[in-house]
Write a new protein. Structure first.
Length: 497
């Protein structure tokens, strides 16, 4: 019998979690696994089990892809006019919005995400679906080419069954970013959510069935990365792979796809910098960066994790950040007063604490001591925000920690700041903070990464390509027309006159 405070859940959430086992959802119906293996998923705030989720066998993964491939070939999904497909996708977006509080609460419980932020992710998924549904209606599918002596044109068609492997930090939002362009172009999709956070994906697949998306168009397969993820990456029927997660696993997925010559998009980790010049409003900038590093407990791939601060404002900036971060309210993710929830699991908590120890052992100055946090009544995976400072060669300044930890260093000149920002093997997202917009634009263009933001961090607008380079990934173009184009194959047709 649990001794934890009773969380008040929505009746629909209670009902969803009350099933004895949750399963994959393939071809418009639950797909029970013959493996008899289940993976339990937990509330990282309370440590309580939420559900047992079945793990598919590699053969069942292949079966799921086969079903997605058949749905591509045999339903009208791929061939219906783009506006009809868009109408169905808008219907799915409507259903997501009308179930926002339910999906948001499921996501909050499963990922440890503050409930209001989880609801924001649900809205974002729906917005992304609508964006790509609309964009696809305006695509030119047939383009005539003016070529001397020939009649020639190109045309675009969807590829077929496309695979998606997702991480645990933004499960529902990333599903939206990933599958929306693929679906809008007329492909079918097979989604493998992370084993820590499979619940919202299963809910989505069931919702898609309810709103009339044809069976087999949206499929969700559950299980461990090393079995289910690996089987999906090695499948020869998939036409494209999109992987979001760590560089280590990204490499494995890329290798498997390379062997099968399947095009692959990799969205990987980061070690983003924020370059802060001496003409900023120090109080305002400190507030925004403190909010960024505590947002989803720092488990954000594109977070500002290295704060490079002009020497003239360094002490003032540090003092303000220390004071702001010391006051962050840490608590269970469903508590309305919580500003920062738990990290996703005990392993992630150990990872964050381990990096703090290692950073200090290598000589970093501890500006704000982090460490484990206690939340009354909840034994979950809570950690405090921490600030380290010192040499950028420190492991804590070079490797992705994925927790509420920022590493600070002062700079003197613009050139020095750019060199410091680029002193990383990653290349996902950086920001520059200055009242001088010409300087800000110059620095933004000099930082080597897929994304540069000015006077803000974590900015995602549908229509602006997002993605990483170097250790942060390849393929990019997420959330923009570039990715929609990836989900069409192009054929040239030519006839000599
Ligand atoms: P992870 O790489 O451990 O796992 C990601 C997914 O891969 C999970 O679904 C997992 O089950 C699966 N997987 C694991 N082993 C596999 C294998 N051998 N073959 C195929 N699939 C396998 O990453 P994580 O810990 O879930 O997520 C955190 C990482 O994701 C961080 O590095 C973060 O920066 C990155 N991330 C990047 C972006 C982006 O847009 N660039 C967004 C979110 C997260």
């Amino acid at each position: 019998m649990s001794t934890l405070p009773k969380l008040t859940l929505l009746p629909e959430v209670e009902k969803f979690l009350s099933r004895e086992r949750l399963t994959s959802f393939v071809g418009g119906q639950p797909l029970a696994s013959s493996s008899n293996n289940c993976i339990a998923t937990y509330d990282p705030g309370s440590g309580e089990k939420l559900a047992d989720v079945e793990e598919l066998t590699p053969q069942e993964v292949d079966q799921a892809v086969q079903i997605a491939d058949e749905a591509f070939k045999n339903t009208t999904w791929a061939t219906m006019p783009a506006n009809e497909r868009a109408a169905l996708l808008h219907r799915l977006a409507d259903a997501i919005e009308s179930h926002k509080s339910i999906i948001g609460q499921i996501e909050s419980l499963d990922a440890g995400k503050v409930e209001a932020q989880a609801q924001g992710d649900v809205q974002n998924c729906s917005d992304t679906l609508r964006y790509f549904a609309d964009l696809a209606q305006h695509m030119n599918h047939r383009t005539t080419l003016a070529v001397k002596g020939h009649e020639a044109w190109t045309f675009r068609k969807p590829w077929g069954a496309c695979a998606f492997i997702f991480p645990w930090n933004f499960p529902f939002l990333l599903i939206g970013w990933g599958i929306s362009p693929a679906l809008a172009a007329g492909n079918t999709v097979v989604i493998k959510p992370a084993e820590d956070t499979p619940l919202s994906a299963i809910y989505l697949a069931e919702l898609a069935k309810e709103v009339g998306i044809p069976d087999g168009v949206i499929n969700v397969i559950t299980g461990r990365g090393a079995t289910v993820g690996a089987a999906l990456s090695n499948n020869k029927v998939i036409k494209r792979m999109s992987f979001t997660g760590s560089p280590e696993v990204g490499r494995l997925v890329g290798e498997a796809c390379g062997r099968n010559l399947v095009p692959v998009k990799l969205e990987l980790g980061g070690k983003g910098a924020a370059v802060i010049f001496d003409d900023v409003d120090v109080a305002d900038t400190a507030e925004k960066l403190a909010a960024a590093i505590t947002f989803h407990t720092g488990q954000v791939c594109c977070d500002a994790t290295r704060w490079l601060v002009h020497q003239d404002i360094y002490d003032d900036f540090v003092n303000r950040c220390v004071s702001l971060l010391s006051e962050v309210k840490i608590g269970h993710q469903l508590d309305d007063s919580t500003q920062m929830g738990p990290v996703v699991n005990a392993k992630q908590r150990e990872r964050v604490l381990g990096y703090l120890e290692k950073g200090v052992a290598e000589g970093a100055e501890c500006l704000l001591t982090g460490g484990p946090a206690n939340v009354a009544g909840f034994p979950g995976n809570f950690v405090k925000p921490a600030l380290l400072a010192g040499s950028l060669d420190n492991t804590a300044a070079q490797e992705e920690i994925f927790g509420p930890v920022a590493y600070l260093a002062p700079f003197k000149t613009e050139q020095e700041a750019i060199e410091m920002a680029n002193y990383t093997t990653y290349g996902l997202a950086n920001s520059v903070w200055s009242a001088d917009l010409a300087r800000a634009a110059r620095v933004a263009e000099s930082m080597v990464a897929g994304n540069s933001w000015i006077n803000a961090h974590n900015v995602f607008a549908q229509g602006v390509p997002y993605g990483g380079i170097n250790q942060s990934g390849l393929g990019g173009g997420v959330l923009s027309v570039e990715t929609l184009l990836d989900y069409y194959r192009s054929t040239s047709v030519v006839r000599p006159l």
